[in-house]
Design a protein around this ligand. Sequence first.
Ligand code: ZN
Length: 426
Amino acid sequence: MGRLFQGAVVVDPMTGQSRVLDLLVEGQMIAQIGVDLETSSHEVIDLRGLHVLPGLIDPHVHLREPGQTHKETIETGTMAAAAGGFTQICCMPNTSPIVDSSEWVTFIRTTADRFGYATVHPIAAITKGSKGEELTDFDALKKAGAVGFSDDGRGVQSARVMRDALMAAKLLDLPIIVHAEDETLSGAGCMNAGDVAQQLQVPGILSSAETVMIARDVILAQETGAHVHMCHVSPEAAVSVIRYAKQQHVHVTAEVTPHHLLLTDELVLTLGAQAKVNPPLRSEADRAACVRGLLDGTLDMVATDHAPHTEEEKARGLVSGPFGFVGLEVSFPLLYTAFVKSGILSLEKLAYMMSTAPAKHFHLPGGRIEVGGLADFVAVDIAHERRVDVARFRSKGRNTPFVNRMLYGFPVMTIHRGQTVFLDAQ
Ligand SMILES: [Zn+2]
């Protein structure tokens, strides 16, 4: 006996075609896809009126465990992923301690598998303790399951260390994942350097702090032939540098967050620390450039940069509160509402950017719905509008600037390896 998911519009990001189909799941796999499949010997799940997408894949999540379990745990983070339609996530190593040993990579994977809400692919640190000095053991980390290397949270300040990292990662065919921030330029800034920071008389973070390092690292990627992946791109000039690098056939990929696509630093005037994120929300010109970059393929994929913090921490204010937003549970509805419902982007393209592209560039399974493939998919409701209600988040974090937004496209049911890991009864 299998589980027959009946009557949803199944979105195919590869062909750009969507059709009303039935999906038969047996065990962890999709056994059959077709019109009016035979039902008698199966459990039937009625999905009429919903759209089914391949399980979303988030290349950039902070799970906070080990260490800061008051902010998030692997359990709550993967529950939040499931609620947001994500069946696979990559998690960043800037936990406490830093994930710079194969033991911690194994711990994260096996803990996530034990709960079963989503598959977690750890990203291991580039340097020991993310101090930017001595490379970690890439070979051992890959064997333990790391899918790439990053000192996210900090930029690797030394070009020499970055070049050595790229050489080592190339031998293993894994990406170096860049948090681009030249600390001699970002300094003690708490928001974008611009008119709003001046008005509030707070220290700003220059766009160049990000763009300078992106430029450096595409040059190093060109020289070494390694794959460099740029995290959470935010300034217009950085989008231009990446566009140019791609024209030069540098192996560079890039991600952009929903908040950099939708918000600007003006929001700091009303939300204060609730609008504090790194890299910061930037100007309208930067935001528009990120949207153009996503539409023309310069920015390959969407990442949430899900970064939970407690209310007490955020309450410390704009200058001393921590950087970061949660994102897993609102990203798809935010982008569906802003770009698909408004006619800027097709649903198939958005599914590509939130599932197929990360699978392709990080060599992960999934990213499409096919016979013989993993039964990882999400059913979303694009017909009904709903409020972003942080009280219902599975994440421990409530720190989102999108609180109370009215959105379409919330996930209704998430299937991970054939199992229902999220079901919204409402
Ligand atoms: Zn980062």
